[in-house]
Ligand binder design. Sequence first.
Ligand SMILES: [Mn+2]
Length: 343
Amino acid sequence: MTDPLSRTRGPTAGGQTAGDLPPGDGVPAGPPDGRQVPRFAGPDTFARLPRLGDPGVGSAAVAIAGVPFDSGVSYRPGARFGPAAVRAGSKLLRPYHPGLDVQPWFAHQVADAGDIPVNPFDIAEAIAQIDTAARAILESADRLVAIGGDHTIALPLLRAAAGRHGPVALIHFDAHLDTWDTYFGAPYTHGTPFRRAAEEGLLALGHSAHVGIRGPVYGTGDFADDRGLGFATVTTADVARHGVDHVIDRLRSRVGDRPVYVSVDIDVLDPAHAPGTGTPEPGGLTTRELQLILRGLEGLPLAGADVVEVAPAYDHAELTALAAANVAYEFLALFALAKDKPA
Ligand SMILES: [Mn+2]
């Protein structure tokens, strides 16, 4: 087998770019070799990967796109700066994932599609823009990993994913249900995307679940409404009491062999692990627990994924940005492992 590092074809110390190298031989273009171009240098794309559409890259198996939108938040704003912070946090990643024995960006082509431009003053228009842009990216990429942005963006991303795959089984990691109906009369906010997605028929509801739910709510009706829609819930207490393997078994039996969409609100993590977020809730998962549960989804047919709600102004020492970058890395590993069983 070829040494995967020898296949790295991004800009090199010798000044080559992906475009200088012969395209079309089926060898994915990767980031610069971190042993030649130190990881704190080089392109500002996710993990310093090439851009979608770069010469020598063309189409991709997986595209990563930033969605710098936070006009749907109910508490602290600032997730519009999430994509830039997560990309900065991703520079530390290396090409081999020992936990899953996979090379996420050498198994197939992975590329950064840049940021989706969104109207910060008009939520409805922003949702339409994200929907259109996500579908356009999926013309030249098989799968999309989105970096938010607040959780409002999951609705148009699910529209695009369901448009291609049909209703998806949603695995939603979050402190919050995000199935509220309205807030201050507004139907499209970061607390409502999965209610709207359920109403629009985008989800295989009997096969969808929330993970990491905790914290006070407005009343018991919040949980009853959510159950009424058809979601199952794995609380943070369930993870603590029964362990990650039990949770993985529950999730895998819940989704079966359906196309899966994974949405991670970084506030599923305890504020000790992810302080830089808009609606923090003490008592959350550790970064390690989240990584292990995500790895437990190995082999499932993934239709798409997002990681949202990184608000870097409240972050410390890049804790949240690093956690989110590593969540995206887990997504890329899962896509690489599922590449022979597309959703
Ligand atoms: Mn949340």
